[in-house]
Design a protein around this ligand. Structure first.
Ligand code: HEM
Length: 506
């Protein structure tokens, strides 16, 4: 190692220790900070609590420190909120104060320092992006325009699984089919395009780049350089890789999708798709009007690739895993569809509203297996107050939505997968945030606008699979492995299970 660098590092560390002690003495006198473990200089609580601040570890800390607590992760303040009244305060009452986002060193790269919508601070840019994205993506008109396409994609999955003789005996990894389906569901909306098969070279490149982007962003590997800026030089290699992935990915979006669409629109009138515009046409209009620039357009595509495809796919995967592990619930769902729709009638979007047990299965999946259990981290741009405590400006605020929905003091036997709860004691609870104990999509200004698309896609997909197949674990296994894999704020199933899908004969 370079000795000059080490010397600089040591001097820097010493200065940081002295600085941290002085700052903490000055601040300690003035501020009433939320409770939490005692921090040491430079590292704060990082060495005590480690990297993996997942929903379960944070729930355990909430039991010890209370409904709001503070962790100091190196130089970053992390405030964790774990009760419905404080979730209301952060997301609703003080929704403006806490409505910004933190970005770490890696998210800065992937979002061009907040030129996107999901990770930008609360303000004019966010308002503009959210407005521009609403008409092309987040209205019931979009659902009605695209739901025949989603039904066709789900039928495609059913046909492909039916056509694979091994599916009924050894089983298949359903996720692979569902992943292609989710890309097609969203690429139809964005570009009026779909990928023919899992071997489509463009699909493979896109999937690999999106996968790499998620791995790099959700990993804990880079925490040290994010928490302790003086260690950042050691992250150079990691950050270089992030930049490469980001640039290659945006170039792929531009060359193969954006420019292709522009060409198509310029050469022919919009008579494909019955004259209807796809989402990117609306977004390009906003660019032409000078409201946003081309980078913003590319970051909108980037956001949809991550926020829409992965979250919905993980939720479908979790739902199927729970239904395989609870055959009686799976059968009850099948019976409901047979009784209400008639045996063999393939479920469509309007049907999903007539199936209360299907709705309850989806809600229960999103409760027990939240794809974004800590929401997307919020931030207060300025000094703020919460529950009588001072929250220093630019703190990262995590709302532990998973704990709110799984706290045994608030829910009956929360660790059981029991959809019936949403037809019985919790029958008034909806996924749209009408109850602060249940926020799978958040609530308030920064809540998920994609809920309007996600719920029907979940209903159609889970409905079709359960209607057409009896789903069970592979030979030699009596349950699927539902070990969780968490990231910076994501949660998915660790092992993409093989599932036996025995076709039903109608
Ligand atoms: C089951 C599927 C989904 C789940 C569980 C989910 C969950 C969430 C959550 C928890 C948030 C953060 C809320 C907060 O920070 O307060 C969020 C934000 C967001 N989601 Fe979703 N989401 C899903 C599907 C989608 C889809 C399909 C789209 C787009 C088509 C989408 C687009 C977004 C966007 C753009 C944001 C950022 C909103 C903002 O910062 O203003 N999501 N989502």
């Amino acid at each position: 190692m370079d000795f000059v660098f080490v010397e600089k590092l040591l001097v820097g560390l010493l200065a940081a220790v002295v600085g941290a002690i002085v700052v903490s003495k000055i601040r300690g006198r003035k501020l009433r900070l939320p409770p939490g473990p005692f921090p040491v200089p430079i590292f704060g609580n990082w060495l005590q609590v480690g990297d993996d601040l997942n929903h379960r570890n944070l729930a355990a800390m909430a039991r010890k420190f209370g409904e709001v607590f503070l962790l100091r992760m190196g130089q970053r303040n992390l405030v964790v909120v774990s009760s419905p009244p404080l979730a209301r305060e952060v997301l609703h009452t003080q929704g403006v104060e806490f409505g910004s986002r933190t970005r770490n060193v890696v998210f800065d790269i992937f979002t061009g320092e907040g030129q996107d919508m999901v990770f930008t601070v609360y303000g004019d840019h966010w308002r503009k992006m959210r407005r521009i994205m609403t008409v092309p993506f987040f209205t019931n008109k979009v659902v009605q325009q695209y739901r025949p396409g989603w039904e066709a994609e789900a039928a495609f999955v059913v046909d492909n699984v039916r056509a694979d003789p091994r599916a009924a005996t050894d089983g298949v990894v359903l996720r692979r089919h569902l992943q292609l389906m989710m890309y097609n569901n969203m690429y139809r909306i964005m570009f009026d395009r779909r990928f023919e098969s899992m071997d489509d070279p463009l699909f493979l490149r896109l999937r690999a780049l999106n996968g790499e982007r998620s791995r790099l962003a959700q990993s804990f590997e880079y925490n040290y350089g994010d928490f302790i800026p003086i260690l950042r030089p050691f992250l150079r290699g990691y950050l270089r890789l992030c930049k490469e992935v980001k640039e290659t990915r945006l170039k792929l979006f531009k060359d193969y999708f954006l420019d292709e669409r522009k060409k198509l629109v310029s050469t022919k009138a919009m008579d494909n798709n019955g004259g209807l515009k796809c989402a990117i046409d609306h977004i390009l209009e906003a660019e032409q009007k000078g409201e946003i620039n081309e980078d913003n357009v590319l970051y909108i595509i980037e956001n949809i690739n991550v926020a829409a495809i992965e979250t919905t796919l993980w939720s479908i995967e979790w739902g199927l895993a729970e239904l395989v592990n609870h055959p009686e619930i799976q059968q009850k769902l099948r019976d409901e569809m047979d009784a209400v729709l008639g045996v063999g009638h393939q479920i469509t979007e309007p049907d999903t509203h007539r199936l209360p047990y299907l709705q309850a299965v989806i809600k229960e999946t999103l409760r027990l297996r939240m794809a974004i259990p800590l929401l997307v981290p919020h931030m207060n741009l300025h000094d703020a107050k919460l529950a009588g405590y001072n929250i220093p400006a630019e703190s990262k605020i995590l709302v532990n939505a998973w704990f709110l929905a799984n706290n045994p003091e608030q829910w009956k036997r929360p660790d059981e997968f029991r959809p019936e709860r949403f037809l019985e004691e919790e029958k008034h609870v909806e996924a749209n945030g009408n109850d602060f104990r249940y926020l799978p999509f958040g609530v308030g200004r920064r809540s998920c606008p994609g809920i309007i698309l996600a719920l029907p896609i979940l209903g159609i997909t889970i409905g079709r699979l359960v209607q057409n197949f009896v789903l069970s674990p592979p030979p030699g296994q009596d349950k699927l492995d539902t070990t969780e894999k968490g990231g910076q704020f994501s949660l998915h199933i660790l092992k993409h299970s093989t599932i036996v899908a025995k076709p039903r004969v109608f």
